[in-house]
Structures are given as structure tokens and as C-alpha cells.
Design a protein around this ligand. Structure first.
Ligand SMILES: *[C@@H]1O[C@H](CO)[C@@H](O)[C@H](O)[C@H]1NC(C)=O
Ligand SMILES: *[C@@H]1O[C@H](CO)[C@@H](O)[C@H](O)[C@H]1NC(C)=O
Length: 400
């Protein structure tokens, strides 16, 4: 089980190992960035916004998107950084027009995509769309962009698109790296800055090459609104932590917070871990119908600030004892973000030693609790919390 003060002190060697790993992760990442093909300068911090998929699936139309945008602004979420309004699958007509261009489904989007882009931009928001690196999109309702990359990228740019999620269905077994690179180059050639979010479900060790052509890459298949699905994605994504950094992020998929399949504590853990892991914070519930409890989670500015920290180092799992875990990552100004997480089914105490989280074991720290918004001062050696099943605590530790 967990140890007291003296064992925390005896783990000073762990500190050195962690520090070396964090430094080399950040260094390796910036060297790779120099060689990137996608020199669009976007995603210096993880993208924040909303996507239609998790809650609405195929059931999207113009009115819903505008109401979502309106609510994003009126509830103050846009001001907190949630800027992208992303239409997922099912926005388009089932076939291309006579010029071979993708066109919106005119029943669902009667004003067209350019008008929708204008609407979003007029509210200070950004416009995201979905396409597929195969012959059909995953629902089969729209043509894919394979072998139409140049034309489709031009179309998106002409509509004012700012973000493209690029899926992986009906891909004819062609190597993803080749298919995704074509769209990346086509987007760059348009001259419009378009955040490129690749969604090939974490295949072919995407983290090792995604950074060369994309601003984010999915590290797994689609999330579902359940505890098991969420923790599995957190763990998969964690394996690739050292590949993330400003300009290119690991993506464990969109948030399920507010969709009803997890408890509030589970959703709080979901949001805390996504924030710590520098995941894209793409809300997946209904913004106009969001409850106050959901709003309270998604609008936590202190947690968002960890996600948007300019150092851009992905926090990771640094200690595991059965179902009790400590996740941590460095922030600017020598601060450290920490999540204590009880993933078991019984109440338990989770402890982080300074040596577990990359702090000098001798320092006194201020611990800011990001969910109760309260601070404790001059803590030494370790921090513990007694946690309900599936609950977590999130802190920023600042050496005094
Ligand atoms: C537009 O969407 C509706 C509803 O999903 C569908 O029935 C219709 O066939 C679509 N139209 C085109 C042109 O794809
Ligand atoms: C939700 O929050 C709003 C704004 O703070 C408040 O006016 C309203 O009473 C709250 N609703 C509930 C059910 O607590």
C-alpha cells in the first residue's frame, strides 16, 4: 500500500529518472517539430471546442449548430477558450456535384457551409468540419476524400473552415501515413490555416509520424460514454506521452462529460485526466441543454489552465499501486500538476510523494486544489487524499 514520509524520502532516485524522462520528452519533441510538413503554426496549446458526434451522431442540421454556437457564447464557454464548433459525419450530400465537389446536404444545411462559417466567425468562433481518408465516410452517408484531397481542401478553405477531422473508413487498405499526408499537404497548399486532426484510430504507431503532418492524432478507436471506455482511452493515450507537444497532440477522443453514462465524479476524473494529458478539450454533450453540474465541470478555469499551460508537456501516469494512481506533469514556472485517482471500487487513500511527481523531495510547496479552489501551504514530502471509488483530486503544486 501507500507509504508515509520516510518512504517518500527514500524514493529520491525516482525523481531523477522522472526528470530525465520529462526533459528528453520535451527536447525530442521540439527537434521533430523542425522537420514537420505541417508548418501551420496552429495548436500551440490543445484545441478547445465542441463536436456534434458524441451526442447527436448523424442527427445534425443548421439550426442545431447555430443554437450550439449561441449557447457557447452566452454561457461564457467561448470566453474560456472553447472556440471550435465542429460538424462531424453526416453534414454532406450523398454524392459530389457535377464539378466533383463535396456539397452540404441542402435539407439539413439550407444556407450552405459558407454562410454557416460566416455565422460562426461573426460570433468569434471557429468552424470545424469532418471528412474521411477513404471512399465513403464512416456512416456511409457522404463521399470520402481519397483521391480528391486537393479539390476538397480547396472547398473547405473556400467555406472558411478552420479545423478538419479526417476519419479512416473505406480506406481500401492503403497505408494511413500516405493517405493522411496527402490531405495535410493539400490543406497547406490552400494557404488557409486549418487545424488538422487525424483520426486513424491509433493504428501504425501514429504518434511516431502524426506529428509530421497533423496537429493532433487519435490514439485509439472511438470513446463511448462509459467508465471502462474512458479509462482505457486514458491509458492507451498515456503510452505515447513523449510524442506530444506544442503544435501536435495525442488525442484520446472527445469528451463524454454531460452525456449521462458516468457519474459526476467519473466525469470530473475524465475532465481532469484529459486536461492533464494535454488532450484536445472537445465537448461532446448538448451545449444548449447542458445542466449546471456539467457546466461546472467544463468551465473549471483552473483545470483548463493546466491543459492550456504554455510548456505543453503531456502529464502522465507516474505511479500505480493496484487501482490507485498518481498522474503528473510539469507546468511553466517549475509548477507541477498532479491528479490523485482512485480507480478501484472501494474508498481509498492515494498519496503522491514529491519524488513521484518530479519535485525536489526537500522543498515545501503550496498545493492548490483545482476543484475546491482552496490552497494549503508549506506542505512537505507528500500529498494524500481519501477518495471515493472512481473519484480524483487535482492540484497544482508550487515550490515555495
Ligand atoms: C439529406 O439528409 C436526409 C436526412 O438524413 C436524407 O434523407 C437525404 O437523402 C439527404 N440528401 C442528400 C442529397 O444526400
Ligand atoms: C443553474 O445556474 C443558473 C446560473 O447560475 C441559475 O440561475 C439556475 O438557478 C441554476 N439552476 C439550477 C437547477 O440550479
Amino acid at each position: 500500500m501507500y507509504m508515509g514520509d520516510s518512504s517518500c524520502l527514500s524514493l529520491a532516485v525516482g525523481l531523477m529518472v522522472l526528470c530525465v524522462r520529462l526533459v528528453s520528452a520535451a527536447g525530442g519533441r521540439s527537434m521533430m517539430r523542425g522537420e514537420t510538413l505541417l508548418a501551420n503554426g496552429l495548436g500551440r496549446t490543445p484545441p478547445m471546442g465542441w463536436s456534434s458526434w458524441n451526442h447527436f451522431g448523424c442527427n445534425i442540421q443548421e439550426k442545431l449548430i447555430k443554437e450550439t454556437a449561441d449557447a457557447m457564447v452566452s454561457r461564457g464557454l467561448a470566453k474560456l477558450g472553447y472556440k471550435y464548433i465542429n460538424l462531424d459525419d453526416c453534414w454532406g450530400a450523398s454524392s459530389r456535384d457535377t464539378h466533383g465537389r463535396l456539397v452540404p446536404n441542402a435539407t439539413k444545411f439550407p444556407s450552405g457551409m459558407k454562410a454557416l462559417g460566416h455565422y460562426l466567425h461573426s460570433k468569434g468562433l471557429k468552424f470545424g468540419l469532418y471528412a474521411d481518408a477513404g471512399t465513403r465516410t464512416c456512416t456511409g452517408t457522404m463521399p470520402g476524400s481519397l483521391d480528391h484531397e486537393g479539390k476538397d481542401a480547396q472547398t473547405f478553405a473556400s467555406w472558411g473552415v478552420d479545423y478538419l477531422k479526417y476519419d479512416n473508413c473505406d480506406n481500401n487498405g492503403i497505408n494511413p501515413e500516405d493517405r493522411y499526408k496527402k490531405m495535410s499537404e493539400a490543406l497547406l497548399r490552400t494557404g488557409r490555416l486549418i487545424f488538422f486532426s487525424i483520426c486513424e484510430w491509433g493504428k501504425e504507431m501514429v504518434a511516431t509520424w502524426g506529428n509530421d503532418m497533423a496537429n493532433s492524432w487519435r490514439t485509439s478507436g472511438d470513446i463511448r460514454d462509459s467508465w471502462d471506455s474512458m479509462v482505457l482511452r486514458a491509458d492507451r493515450n498515456d503510452e505515447w506521452a513523449s510524442y506530444a507537444g506544442p503544435g501536435g497532440w495525442n488525442d484520446p477522443d472527445m469528451l463524454e462529460v454531460g452525456n449521462g453514462g458516468m457519474t459526476l465524479e467519473e466525469y470530473r476524473s475524465h475532465f481532469s485526466i484529459w486536461a492533464l494529458a494535454k488532450a484536445p478539450l472537445i465537448i461532446g454533450c448538448s451545449i444548449p441543454k447542458m445542466t449546471n453540474d456539467t457546466y461546472e465541470i467544463l468551465s473549471n478555469e483552473e483545470v483548463i489552465a493546466v491543459n492550456q499551460d504554455l510548456l505543453g508537456v503531456q502529464g502522465k501516469k507516474v505511479k500505480k499501486d493496484g487501482h490507485l494512481e498518481v498522474w503528473a506533469g510539469p507546468l511553466h514556472d517549475n509548477k507541477v500538476a498532479v491528479v490523485l485517482w482512485n480507480r478501484g471500487s472501494k474508498k481509498a487513500t492515494v498519496t503522491a510523494c514529491w519524488s513521484d511527481v518530479g519535485l525536489d523531495p526537500t522543498v515545501a510547496v503550496k498545493a492548490r486544489d483545482l476543484w475546491t479552489h482552496s490552497s494549503r501551504y508549506a506542505l512537505r514530502h507528500q500529498l494524500s487524499a481519501h477518495l471515493d471509488p472512481h473519484a480524483s483530486k487535482m492540484y497544482i503544486l508550487s515550490p515555495l
